[in-house]
Design a protein around this ligand. Structure first.
Ligand code: ZN
Length: 247
């Protein structure tokens, strides 16, 4: 099978994580053994990465027919974003379409992702892994000699959430990141270097770390959370699982 050379996709979700609808042009529709892959010139859909799942939603054709997007992933070209569906698309290459995000799901992912950044500021240990989900999120820590107190972590987290801290972003150069290795909390996942610049998620006075994910604008938007459990993952490693308090 020949590999499709994918052009880069303009990502709209980094500039504005709250945009739920946008226009785009269809560049390619490719049938693969795993389903149908759609390439657009620009997208609102976040591709799986950095522990955050890919977005779902619909692509609306010029006649108003909806094609369900089940998943979004990075393509073989580093800056290409691939939309996955298992139905024949109601549009063709060259069509101007409308993208509509499954916003309730994405918003929960944003809330949990920002909450995990807060968690990493509450526990002073290296992060060895993590995963954001709609209802829960987890970080794995290399705690060394540290003893984790479930109730204390929960209370500190909810205090940070309720304090309504601003969540911002800024970009630094690869060289600036090299000079500040302390910015990188994840021991297993290093931020992508080589693109010339790295995006930082900045919760002033609370947390600063490289991240490509989507985040809420203020911590109060996360809402109350609980520490669901702390799992023992070996002598030095603990998995801290968070859940939203609401159902
Ligand atoms: Zn992140």
């Amino acid at each position: 099978m020949t590999e499709t050379i994918a052009p880069p996709t303009e990502d709209l979700f980094r500039a504005d994580a709250y945009q739920t609808e946008a226009g785009a042009v269809v560049l390619a529709v490719t049938e693969t053994e795993k389903g149908i892959e759609i390439l657009l010139d620009r997208t609102l859909f976040y591709p799986t990465g950095g522990g955050q799942p890919g977005d779902t939603g619909v692509i609306v054709s010029p006649s108003g027919a909806e094609t369900r997007i089940m998943d979004t992933r990075k393509g073989s070209h580093p800056n290409a974003i691939v939309h996955h569906t298992d139905v024949a698309p109601a549009f063709s290459v060259g069509d101007a379409v409308t993208l509509r995000l499954d916003w309730p799901r994405r918003h929960r992912l944003m809330r949990m992702h920002t909450c995990l950044h807060l968690l990493s500021s509450v526990i002073p240990a290296g992060v060895t892994g993590g995963q954001v989900n709609e209802d829960k999120g987890r970080l794995d820590f290399d705690i060394g000699e540290l003893v984790l107190d479930k109730d204390a972590i929960e209370s500190q987290l909810n205090t940070l959430i309720a304090a309504d801290h601003r969540v911002g972003q800024r970009w630094i150069t690869d060289a600036e990141l090299e000079e500040n290795p302390g910015l990188v909390k994840t021991m297993s996942v290093q931020p992508p270097r080589g693109a010339g610049r790295v995006r930082l998620i900045d919760i002033p006075g609370v947390d600063l770390q490289p991240c490509g994910g989507t985040h809420v604008a203020r911590t109060s938007e996360i809402g109350p959370v609980r520490v669901d459990k702390i799992e023992n993952k070996g002598k030095r490693n603990r998995r801290v699982v968070l859940a939203f308090v609401e159902a």
